[in-house]
Design a protein around this ligand. Sequence first.
Ligand code: HEC
Ligand code: HEC
Ligand code: HEC
Length: 121
Amino acid sequence: MWLTRIVAVALVAGMASVSFGALPGLAQPKIPADFGFDQGKDSPGKVTFSHEKHKEKVEKCTGCHTKIFKMKKGQTGTPTMDKMKAGEQCGACHNGKTKVGSAVVFNVDDKTNCEKCHTKK
Ligand code: HEC
Ligand code: HEC
Ligand code: HEC
């Protein structure tokens, strides 16, 4: 299937570019440091993504890699709110529905949550 093929290609591409320590399932994978995204038009503030903070909540690397995000910065495409509201990228979980444990992951489409991701200017 084409989908399987894309995932397989993404996996190979991702792994070629990172150390083998990043392979899911191996002991002590190397986790990238926090990084920021370039700001799109009218972005209300800089967004920083923290692997460290997600590690506690999303236990497995495969929770995001490589179905939701490729394992190389900038390769998934520019994040936009439209895509996220449609359930892609960060919105795959931050949709006010996905549960981790007993907590519902906060929604990208709620005005009280903008500043959880976008730091104030
Ligand atoms: C909650 C989602 C999420 C989880 C879980 C996650 N990552 Fe990531 N990771 C990302 C995002 C987002 C990017 C950037 C992708 C992009 O820009 O296209 C990324 C990128 C990476 C990169 C590339 C960094 C670079 O500078 O190019 C590596 C390596 C990586 N992740 C390793 C891991 C490992 C190892 C784990 C498990 C311990 C993990 N990730 C778990 C979201 C996640
Ligand atoms: C695989 C699911 C998943 C994806 C994809 C994901 N997150 Fe999260 N994120 C979580 C969970 C679970 C929490 C903790 C529960 C909560 O705070 O609602 C969290 C928490 C956060 C927090 C609060 C961290 C803290 O404790 O201070 C921020 C900020 C955040 N995510 C940003 C992002 C951004 C930006 C992206 C996209 C680049 C993203 N997340 C993608 C699952 C995900
Ligand atoms: C889960 C994290 C997260 C939440 C919550 C979030 N955003 Fe975003 N947003 C991002 C990321 C990542 C980008 C891409 C980087 C940038 O443009 O700053 C982005 C980009 C944007 C952009 C520019 C690109 C586009 O799609 O137009 C606007 C405008 C925006 N966000 C508005 C908002 C508003 C308004 C809220 C609250 C209703 C919000 N965001 C909540 C993560 C989030």
